[in-house]
Design a protein around this ligand. Structure first.
Ligand code: HEC
Length: 88
């Protein structure tokens, strides 16, 4: 899970950069939500981060993840999340 967190953090950090220049140049090597972030989040996070499950917010859509990108990056790089209680 620690590996996943770091990979996700890197993808999200790059995604934030990509999103901030959205509408200008499109860098083909930049990660995208659909290709890079969604598979990680769906496989590792969405089981809890979806409506009706334990986690306090959903991580199913680009907007869900983008809105919390900084929080996710900080938590993942600090090793603070997944928390001991949520670790599988
Ligand atoms: C087993 C269930 C579960 C899984 C899997 C899970 N979460 Fe969570 N998540 C929670 C719960 C419950 C909380 C509420 C805070 C807590 O109890 O730690 C939470 C809170 C968070 C928070 C808020 C900050 C914090 O530390 O509390 C972030 C960010 C987060 N999750 C990101 C993720 C990401 C990214 C993934 C996938 C890599 C993920 N979560 C996978 C259950 C889960």
């Amino acid at each position: 899970m620690r590996q996943t967190g770091i990979g996700l953090a890197a993808a999200l950090a790059a995604l934030s950069v990509t999103a901030s220049v959205h509408g200008t140049a499109v860098d083909r090597v930049s990660p995208t939500f659909a290709a890079d972030v969604a598979p990680i989040v769906y496989n590792n996070c969405a089981s809890c981060h979806r409506p009706g499950q334990a986690a306090p917010f959903s991580l199913l859509s680009y907007d869900d993840v983008k809105r919390r990108a900084t929080l996710i990056v900080n938590s993942a790089t600090a090793g603070a999340f997944p928390t001991p209680t949520s670790r599988r």
